[in-house]
Design a protein around this ligand. Structure first.
Ligand code: C2E
Ligand code: MG
Ligand code: MG
Ligand code: MG
Length: 279
């Protein structure tokens, strides 16, 4: 049984294929149309400064509401978008939406930066800087309210090229943070080699603070970041224990389900009025 994928492309299903493979093929086949038909939307997860006890930003996270498969995680479709050459289009959608939204919040009195996740592919095309300038101009968003999240594995692929682009992007005031920090291998040596404003400790760390040695590692990372004037954000903060341990280790900004799940814009005002009552 074969299904047409559009021009000259066929996707062949056979009995031996597992459910996962069939699903992946379906995702590949539907992605372009999903972009054209705007089946994507963006949710925003708060970042919370525990020292000041206040909101300090939002991370934009993309969602795909597939007509048959339902909600699909970005973990599943981002790699496919990268393979299929669709990640630039998809990122542009998210970037435009996030900047537009951030400006809207500002007009409602919510003055908070928004961060957008970047794929390495965006740095290969050579016009990320122009894209960012264009989107900032079109939405009227101040550059310091935009932050890009990149990962260390991305940077390692082509450090000179990426640093050059990051320097240009930061020169206009856009911030850069290093996402999923600690999941790669050469993490610590990279800290003074990539121009970044913040690092986000991967949630594996947050979930593994039980032993003194793990705590010592986090503490050392935070101290080092402090002396390099790099902010530290903990990811995946799910409960009070996590918060307390991370606070003790000197971490000032938390992101995770304990503070707020990723939500649609229409739920944000409500979340803000409720979060003010907490503590
Ligand atoms: P990430 O950038 O590290 O985003 C954090 C992920 O952790 C999000 O998953 C978020 O929903 C989840 N999370 C937040 N708090 C908690 C918590 O307390 N516990 C647990 N277990 N998870 C938590 P999500 O939205 O499924 O996104 C997964 C990944 O997909 C992101 O990881 C990012 O790498 C990628 N991604 C999402 N949106 C985009 C996008 O617009 N562009 C690109 N290139 N990648 C994206
Ligand atoms: Mg991120
Ligand atoms: Mg992350
Ligand atoms: Mg992560």
């Amino acid at each position: 049984k074969a299904k047409a994928l559009g021009k000259n492309q066929y996707c062949v299903y056979n009995e031996k294929m597992g459910k996962q493979e069939v699903r992946k093929m379906e995702i590949e086949k539907d992605l372009q149309r999903a972009i054209d038909e705007k089946q994507f939307y963006v949710v925003y997860q708060p970042k919370w400064n525990v020292t000041r006890n206040q909101l300090c930003g939002f991370e934009a996270l993309v969602r795909w509401d597939h007509p048959h498969l339902g909600l699909i995680s970005p973990v599943e479709f981002i790699p496919v978008a990268e393979e299929k050459g669709l990640i630039v289009q998809l990122t542009n959608l998210v970037l435009e939406e996030a900047c537009y939204q951030c400006k809207q919040w500002q007009q409602r009195g919510i003055i908070q930066p928004v961060s957008v996740n970047m794929s390495v592919v965006l740095f290969r095309n050579g016009n990320l800087f122009e894209t960012i300038q264009r989107v900032l101009k079109a939405t009227g968003l101040e550059p310091h309210l935009l932050e890009l999240e990149i990962t260390e594995s991305m940077v390692l692929e082509d450090i000179n090229n990426i640093n050059q682009q990051l320097n240009m992007i930061r020169s206009i005031g856009v911030r850069v943070s290093l996402d999923d920090f600690g999941t790669g291998y050469s993490s610590i040596g990279l800290l003074d080699q990539i121009p970044i404003d913040a690092l986000k400790l991967d949630r594996l760390f947050t979930n593994d603070l039980d032993t003194p040695s793990k705590r010592a590692i986090i503490n050392a990372i935070i101290l080092m970041a402090d002396s390099l004037k790099i902010d530290v954000i903990a990811e995946g903060v799910e409960n009070e224990d996590h918060t307390e341990s991370l606070k003790e280790l000197g971490c000032q900004v938390m992101q995770g389900f304990y503070y707020g799940k990723p939500m649609k814009d229409r739920d944000i005002d409500n979340w803000i009025s409720n979060s003010l009552v907490v503590e």
